[in-house]
Design a protein around this ligand. Structure first.
Ligand code: ADP
Length: 439
């Protein structure tokens, strides 16, 4: 029992003790901290460093802000992406610009395959990815070419790229001057030339350097064929309104057929040159060409370009045989018909098809609307032989003798064979006459 009151007052007493202890602990900790802070040199130095760090951080931030403000006020950037037309113009222009300093280059090879099979290649050292400096019209321009590691330019099938040009704000007007110069340079390079495009992934890209236009006089066809083609094209090109008024798709298809070496490709090149058009060449037998890609390409032909489908028979006529040989075209016949019929766009579309074997073509391919004009380019007629000879040797009398020899020979001869013979006997018409029997 004596323990009873103790037991009732015990807990209160027991609670009071730790409270006192806690107060006394806090007081002693504060004193301890104060004593450390005031007396411990390391602690004081820590605070000092912290303060210094904070000041530096604020200073750095202010500097960054000030420099970006100065950048915005004093400098100006121009971004050109690889999707833009001026991208290639600028790279080409810069590769020729004398006042530049570059340490990394990319090579761009252009090559032209000549009719005789020889190849001429030129190399342009264009600025590669990285930084470059150039001086233009008294202003310094920093050029930064960057390639995205992840983004792809879907049209080109190559990494997405950007070029950023930076110059002083006061010199900003030189950008447009420089781009205009790059553009006019690119265009003069193409003047009097025909650009050949080939398909690269889903887009058209120039193939080699632009070629000198082929003159229409240099192609010798049977009487009236060239004139007929030219008249038809000229009248088509004048009839945009006529087609629009009647709601007919503004397009025209041509089929040139005949033996190899009769001038089919040559006359298309000459017509393109004469009308100031470029040529987009599509090979239907290409294994990687699919219906979708064909459709996309045919509906996205660059402006002022003829579309040329060479040897249209080869992609489909021997399909079975081709697949046995392990070579199958990815394009189906119905895919080609769909692409030919295409979406009715307001843009003009001129398609040339060539074949050495018209008998192999499916009638669906050459029905009007897909092929509107057909022309046979055959082996050389006596009149063509005569004209070819006089074009090379300018001698009417010898031309008659040559035609006589060809008639006596009594074998077909193609205009390409005649050209080969005349080139071989360049300054020797008599030699050409003598050699015709050996062909
Ligand atoms: P195709 O396309 O009919 O097979 P090309 O047009 O490719 O023939 O001609 C091959 C070569 O022969 C070219 O170098 C071309 O200059 C020459 N050639 C062929 N036919 C003619 C022609 N009718 N007039 C002038 N050159 C021709």
């Amino acid at each position: 029992m004596t323990e009873q009151p103790r037991s009732s007052s015990g807990p209160a007493a027991a609670e009071a003790v730790p409270e006192v202890t806690a107060v006394s602990d806090a007081t002693s900790n504060e004193g301890f901290l104060q004593s450390i802070m005031s007396s411990n040199p390391y602690f004081t130095a820590g605070f000092g460093l912290m303060g210094l760090g904070a000041v530096l951080a604020v200073g750095r931030q202010t500097l960054v802000r000030a420099s970006s403000l100065a950048y915005r006020q004093l400098l100006v950037d121009l971004e050109i992406t690889s999707k833009d037309k001026s991208y290639d113009w600028f790279l080409e222009w810069m590769s020729r610009h004398p006042a530049r300093s570059s340490r990394n280059f990319s090579v761009e090879t252009n090559y032209v395959e000549h009719d005789n099979g020889s190849i001429t290649a030129t190399f342009d050292l264009v600025p590669g990815p990285g930084r470059h400096l150039l001086k233009y019209s008294g202003a310094y321009i920093m050029v930064k070419r960057e390639r995205s590691g992840r983004l792809m330019d879907l049209r080109m099938g190559s990494p997405f790229e950007t070029i950023t040009l930076t110059t002083l704000y006061r010199d900003r007007q030189i950008f447009s001057k420089m781009l205009r110069e790059a553009q006019s340079r690119a265009q003069t390079k193409q003047q009097g030339k025909t650009v050949l495009y080939t398909s690269y992934g889903p887009e058209w890209r120039p193939f080699g350097l632009p070629r000198r236009k082929r003159s229409i006089e240099s192609v010798v066809l049977a009487d009236g064929v060239k004139e007929g083609l030219l008249d038809d094209m000229t009248s088509f090109l004048k009839s945009a309104q006529w087609y629009t008024d009647r709601g007919i798709p503004y397009r025209r298809g041509y089929l040139l057929y005949g033996p190899p070496g009769s001038g089919k490709t040559s006359v298309i090149q000459a017509l393109a040159g004469h009308l100031d058009y470029n040529i987009c060449i599509l090979n239907l037998a290409e294994a990687t060409l699919t219906d979708d890609r064909l459709n996309h390409l045919m509906n996205n032909v660059p402006a002022r370009s003829l579309l040329l489908l060479e040897d249209v028979d080869s992609a489909f006529s021997n399909r079975k045989q081709s697949s046995d040989q392990g070579y199958v075209s990815g394009v189906t016949f119905s895919g080609l018909l769909n692409a030919l019929d295409g979406v009715a766009s307001a843009d003009e579309r001129i398609i040339f098809m060539t074949t050495n074997h018209p008998e192999r073509l499916d009638p669906a391919l050459i029905r009007p609307g897909r092929v509107d004009f057909q022309a046979l380019l055959d082996n050389a007629t006596p009149a063509q032989i005569h004209r070819m000879f006089t074009r090379f040797y300018n001698d009417d009398k010898l031309a008659h003798a040559f035609v006589e020899e060809c008639i006596q020979r009594n074998k077909p001869v193609s205009t390409a064979q005649l050209q080969g013979l005349f080139v071989f006997h360049k300054d020797d018409p008599q030699g050409a006459i003598a050699a015709i029997h050996n062909m």
